[in-house]
Design a protein around this ligand. Structure first.
Ligand SMILES: Cc1cc2nc3c(=O)[nH]c(=O)nc-3n(C[C@H](O)[C@H](O)[C@H](O)COP(=O)(O)O)c2cc1C
Ligand code: SF4
Length: 453
């Protein structure tokens, strides 16, 4: 197998920004030219030492506790404690061993952090999966991978073969008595497949509708067995915690952050250097924009920004000093999401931007519940009318009503609340742009003159 090196335009300066073992657990091993870190290279850089420690020196319960104490929160968008999820998974006498699923669907617009981690450092993900599989008594790990990620699929498959040949997957891993293997499954490309229970249905060959809970996947998930689902970045963070300990992990974030460790963060839009970087949780958004993304391009003024994906609310330039962590972004009224921010410049009309976003979300609805299935296309219809200057009085109020009807707790899954969150914040901060789309009433006298002509 030959090693392939590709230009890294789409990842920005990720590989060229300074990285150290002590401060950049996710990216310090990356090669500057972006060539994947294969097994030999990964092992030379202490790779698989954490898996060895977990499997041969720790009990599964101790691994769960360590990850819980480290405060590792899920990096897929919802931010649930990984260690807590693991400790709630059904395991023990009489309970069948289940699955460890890696959510690599990554279809959130403007988010591509998992792609970098899988393409360039597949063994770090596999090591995290082995440790998570051990902690959760899983017998099989499956990477549910976005179909378009062909380079990631190829590199992950090669890494799996390398790991099997080295006795890091399969039976009796590292002489520990633990059996575990990993399979890479490519999806067919739907946003909803990233929702964890829809992902399970898709994996089982069923239509990708989310499942009603309970039962939660940790009790009865894939093929009815206990199932843990974690994001690529979450699982890629695990080995460094086991290798370096809880105190070290707590020390990585900035003061004021209630989230620990580092996170892949980014900026896109008309900035000078769009890209993704590993940064401490709690860094300010202004620092990411100015120091890493190089500020706005000449001639472009920042009008609004989104912290982490299309499903997070808009904020203003005055919010740039917010810390990028769940409490920091929560304080200014929205969610960190995936942590890959979008800069909206003053040439963009918010009504058109929102029409584009809601069109995407409406298309990706699975159609199972009425508010989402009917409400999202309705919002698109209203936004199209406003965009064309043909809106009617009451349209903005109707859009606001939809933001309430599709809000948290009204639908089976979090697709609808995520889809509608940017709309509510866009109307809150840029209402005049929506009002400008209401058709001007034609004055009766003018109409009469016009008719006569
Ligand atoms: C519509 C929708 C799409 C989602 N897409 C993804 C995705 O692509 N990747 C991901 O990790 N999580 C995604 N999630 C979140 C998952 O349901 C789940 O919370 C996550 O995989 C759990 O992993 P974590 O705790 O490690 O973040 C999505 C959720 C929803 C509602
Ligand atoms: S909220 Fe939307 S995507 Fe989620 S179950 Fe309901 S219809 Fe499907």
């Amino acid at each position: 197998m030959t090693q392939r090196t590709r230009p890294l335009a789409s990842f920005g300066t990720a590989n060229r920004s300074p990285r150290a073992r002590e401060t950049h657990p996710l990216t310090w091993r990356l090669n500057d030219d972006g060539a994947p870190v294969w097994l030999e290279d990964y092992r030379r850089k202490d790779g698989y030492q954490a898996a060895k420690r977990a499997l041969t020196e720790m009990t599964p319960e101790e691994v769960c506790e360590e990850v819980k104490d480290a405060g590792l929160k899920g990096r897929g968008g919802a931010g649930f404690s990984a260690g807590t999820k693991w400790s709630l998974t059904a395991k023990g006498d009489g309970i069948p061993r289940g699955y460890l699923l890696c959510n690599a669907d990554e279809m959130e617009p403007n988010t591509y952090k998992d792609r970098l981690l899988m393409e360039q450092q597949p063994h770090q993900l596999l090591e995290g999966m082995i440790i998570a599989g051990y902690a959760n008594h899983s017998f099989k790990g499956i990477v549910f991978l976005r179909g378009e990620y062909v380079d990631a699929a190829r590199n992950l498959k090669r890494a799996v073969v390398e790991a099997r040949e080295a006795g890091l997957l399969g039976e009796n891993i590292l002489g520990s008595g633990f059996d575990f293997d990993i399979h890479v499954h490519t999806g067919a490309g739907r946003y909803i497949c990233g929702e964890e229970t829809a992902l399970i249905n898709s994996l089982e060959g069923k239509r990708a509708n989310p499942r009603a809970k309970p039962p939660f996947p940790g009790q009865a998930g894939a093929w009815g067995k206990p199932t843990v689902i974690n994001n690529v970045e979450t699982l890629s963070s695990v080995s460094s915690i086991i290798a370096n300990g809880v105190d070290w992990y707590h020390g990585l974030c900035r003061p004021g952050s209630e989230d620990h460790g580092t996170k892949m963060m980014g900026f896109a839009g008309k900035v000078n250097q769009p890209g993704v970087w590993e940064l401490p949780l709690g860094i300010t958004v202004r620092e990411i924009l100015e120091d890493y993304a190089g500020g706005m391009r000449s001639g472009c003024t920042l009008k609004a920004w989104q912290p982490g994906g299309a499903g997070t609310g808009f904020l203003l330039p005055e919010h740039l000093d917010a810390q990028m962590c769940s409490n920091g972004i929560g304080k200014v009224g929205t969610r960190m999401g995936t942590g890959l921010a979008l800069a909206v410049d003053d040439s963009i009309n918010m009504v058109s931007l929102l029409r584009n976003m809601e069109q995407f979300f409406a298309r990706e609805s699975c159609g199972w519940c009425t508010p989402c299935r009917d409400g999202l296309p309705w919002s698109v219809k209203l936004l199209k009318a406003l965009e064309a200057g043909e809106g009617q009085p009451g349209d903005i109020e109707m859009l606001l009503e939809l933001t309430r009807k599709l809000g948290p707790g009204k639908t089976f899954c979090a697709h609808a609340p995520g889809a509608i969150e940017p709309l509510g914040s866009a109307i809150k901060y840029f209402r005049e742009e929506f009002e400008a789309g209401i058709a001007q009433p034609v004055h009766a006298a003018t109409a009469a003159v016009g008719d006569a002509g």
